[in-house]
Design a protein around this ligand. Sequence first.
Ligand SMILES: O=P(O)(O)OC[C@H]1O[C@H](OP(=O)(O)OP(=O)(O)O)[C@H](O)[C@@H]1O
Ligand SMILES: O=c1cc[nH]c(=O)[nH]1
Ligand SMILES: [Mg+2]
Length: 206
Amino acid sequence: MTIFEHPLIQHKISILRDKNTGTNEFRKLVEEIAMLEGFEALGDLPLQDVEIETPIEKCMTPMISGRKLAIVPILRAGLGMVPGVLALVPSAKVGHIGMYRDEESHIPHEYYCKLPNPIDERIIVVTDPMLATGGSAVDAITQIKEHGGKKIKFMCIIAAPEGVQKLHEAHPDVQIYVGHLDRELNENAYICPGLGDAGDRIFGTK
Ligand SMILES: O=P(O)(O)OC[C@H]1O[C@H](OP(=O)(O)OP(=O)(O)O)[C@H](O)[C@@H]1O
Ligand SMILES: O=c1cc[nH]c(=O)[nH]1
Ligand SMILES: [Mg+2]
């Protein structure tokens, strides 16, 4: 697991946590944090030499192919992180997995899945700002693997220790990137201190 200690990420997460931060600012911050996290998480994207002609001469020079990356947000809240990663790799493919957590049982239910096909050769970055019980991330990644996904990274903004443990146990091959590791879950399976309901704060639905 990688926990980002960069002061810019920590500063932006603190503003996210503030209950007085409105939708517009919250959305921008989620996007910016995703870009900062993505810069680090994509440090192993493969390069290939391509021929470029500079004003001086032809040369072989390394480039990233967007065909090597798929971003898969877990709806809804994971959508907020997509523009930040796309800013880094604009031609990446984007899949979607829709999951909602039952309010009583906290068990995730999948309601949508559309992934790039084929997906097996791509580095896949699954985005969701919140890793709480871990149920949504575990099920989404299981679904991606059933579609052939192999090289999977999970990127979140805030995680609870319970979620990290569950995700690591279920998918030990998945690299987990966390903006901040929080204290614990409360009786409603919300992260403490957390930032509340990320989906509602991104989309202004509360
Ligand atoms: O780790 P877990 O315990 O599964 O909880 C985390 C999930 O809960 C939230 O989604 P929610 O069900 O609120 O859906 P939403 O994104 O549409 O608001 C959040 O965005 C994660 O997907
Ligand atoms: O704290 C939490 C837990 C799950 N989902 C959220 O959006 N926030
Ligand atoms: Mg929600």
